[in-house]
Write a protein that binds this ligand. Structure first.
Ligand SMILES: CC(C)=CCC/C(C)=C/CC/C(C)=C/CC/C(C)=C/COC[C@@H](COP(=O)(O)O)OC/C=C(\C)CC/C=C(\C)CC/C=C(\C)CCC=C(C)C
Ligand SMILES: Nc1ccn([C@@H]2O[C@H](COP(=O)(O)OP(=O)(O)OP(=O)(O)O)[C@@H](O)[C@H]2O)c(=O)n1
Ligand SMILES: [Mg+2]
Length: 165
């Protein structure tokens, strides 16, 4: 099991991975290629692009590399990269769920919008046998929720996002 400090350090790259696709400014190649699911609605919607996946993985990995070099712990590198990938996968899973619920791209899904990437990161880490400190993960959740809300409001004001959530 990871120590509380290691838990924070492997989850920071997930923040960067989730925050960076916004910098693309709503451009990119939709991952679902415009395909629709059996319910006739978009599989994921135009908000999930290959470029966002690439940029998020890149930024998350850069942060993981920085933190791993600061701590001389290779675990932080691999864990941070896994958390970044998990964050992006969680974000796509949330988009899939939102479309199944008939929610348009960018429509609000309180809590899901804020913690989808965080849950994805935790899930992939667990799947890979990197068990984070549970108390730290639980205590971090409200902080991540508030950070997500604040950065989304800022991104909306900066015209990086059309919606503040
Ligand atoms: C260092 C180098 C070479 C590259 C930079 C790596 C880096 C720190 C990238 C930060 C990621 C980034 C560019 C964020 C943009 C900030 C922003 C305007 C975000 C807008 O909000 C977007 C929102 C979209 O969410 P949604 O898709 O789910 O709707 O994302 C929410 C944002 C977050 C959850 C947190 C954003 C994270 C940060 C602003 C800080 C991340 C940075 C670190 C964790 C750095 C760690 C420390 C060291 C020493 C490396
Ligand atoms: N894999 C990804 C994830 C995000 N983004 C970009 O980041 C923005 C914000 O992401 P998010 O809020 O998760 O997407 P939404 O537009 O809200 O779409 P959805 O309702 O499907 O979450 C997206 O609009 C998109 O421009 C991207 O290009 N590729
Ligand atoms: Mg969203």
């Amino acid at each position: 099991m990871l120590t509380p400090t290691e838990t924070v350090l492997v989850l920071l790259p997930a923040l960067a991975a989730n925050g960076s696709p916004v910098l693309l400014g709503h451009r990119g190649t939709p991952i679902d290629g415009g395909r629709r699911f059996i319910d006739g609605r978009p599989l994921l919607g135009p908000g999930k692009t290959w470029e966002g996946l690439a940029l998020g993985t890149l930024y998350g990995s850069i942060v993981a590399l920085l933190l791993a070099s600061l701590t001389c712990r290779p675990l932080i590198l691999w864990g941070g990269i896994a958390a970044s990938l998990g964050a992006l996968i969680g974000d796509m899973l949330a988009a899939f769920i939102k479309r199944r619920l008939g929610l348009e791209r960018g429509a609000p899904a309180p809590v899901l919008d804020q913690l989808d990437f965080y849950s994805g990161a935790l899930l992939l880490l667990y799947t890979l046998g990197l068990v984070v400190d549970p108390l730290t993960a639980v205590l971090l959740a409200p902080a991540v929720f508030m950070l997500h809300r604040a950065t989304n409001i800022a991104a909306n004001k900066l015209r990086l996002k059309q919606v503040p959530w």
